[in-house]
Design a protein. Structure first.
Length: 277
């Protein structure tokens, strides 16, 4: 196996930190990025020349491009690009403010877009590389009281699936990584909470009761799977992380197909005379 060079946007904590350390521990080189230098200083201290610490805000497009250019100057080439920066906004759809909603899209969707756009000229020129974007199980199904977050991840899914079709001829691989529930601070310090409305208190209580006692997976357990992914000759467009995701997705898609089938006659009628051809 040839050692790889990574650019990870969002490596200060959680899954991004786990993947950065996994890559470094096996001898890869990593440009680790975060909004605060202190959050990645320890990685640079521990792994020395194998690390290029870069500080920027993923919502600043110019800063993202400058960061990627800095990584190229430092390492010469990048093999794996990980768009992992993001956070959760919690609240019913009605509760989310304009500012909260725009900020959520700026980080989770546009931040991913800026990382991808910054990387593409380099990857195209090399006729290869692998782009990973952290989506979520919430990009496949939805969860009440996380509507805006769900929307950003569904948008990321559409963006990256389209990207995969556009860049395949350049030898660039694309994967949507779709984690389930992990014991990170995604619901803690990294998250944001809309001002609650009393009308949704009952829903929140029911959701809390449903999730009580539900064990979250260990983020460290994802390391081997991510390394296997980036080493694969033909990696998948989508990869679930977590045991429960597949069954939940099956139920979701079965329900969709059932609904579409039930309304197929109405759908045919909506096409007009051409439907009879």
């Amino acid at each position: 196996m040839t050692n790889k060079t990574w650019f990870i946007a969002g490596a200060s904590r959680g899954l991004g930190r786990v993947w950065a350390e996994a890559a470094l521990q096996r001898g890869d080189r990593v440009a680790v990025t975060a909004r605060r230098a202190d959050d990645i200083a320890e990685l640079a201290s521990r792994y020395g020349e194998a690390v290029e610490p870069i500080v920027f805000d993923v919502t600043d497009r110019a800063a993202v491009f400058a960061a990627f250019d800095a990584a190229i100057r430092r390492f010469g080439a990048i093999d794996v690009v990980v768009a992992n920066a993001g956070y959760g906004l919690f609240g019913a759809v009605e509760e989310a403010s304009e500012a909260e909603s725009r900020a959520q899209f700026d980080t989770n969707l546009f931040g991913t877009l800026w990382v991808v756009q910054a990387a593409l000229p380099h990857l195209r020129s090399r006729r290869g590389g692998h782009i990973l974007a952290t989506s979520s199980l919430a990009g496949v199904i939805t969860f009440p009281t996380a509507g805006v977050y769900n929307a950003t991840k569904w948008a990321v899914e559409g963006l990256l699936q389209t990207l995969a079709a556009e860049v395949a001829e350049f030898g660039i691989k694309v994967t949507l990584v779709e984690p389930g529930g992990y014991a990170t601070d995604w619901r803690g310090a990294s998250s944001s909470q809309s001002q609650p409305l009393a009308a949704y208190d009952g829903l929140r209580e029911r959701l809390r009761a449903m999730s009580a006692g539900r064990a979250l997976a260990d983020p460290a357990a994802t390391a081997g799977t991510i390394l296997q992914l980036v080493d694969a000759e033909t990696p998948p467009l989508r990869l679930f992380l977590g045991a429960a995701n597949l069954e939940l997705a099956r139920r979701e898609y079965a329900a969709r197909l059932e609904t579409w089938q039930a309304w197929q006659e109405a759908a045919r009628a909506a096409q007009g005379d051409a439907a009879q051809a």
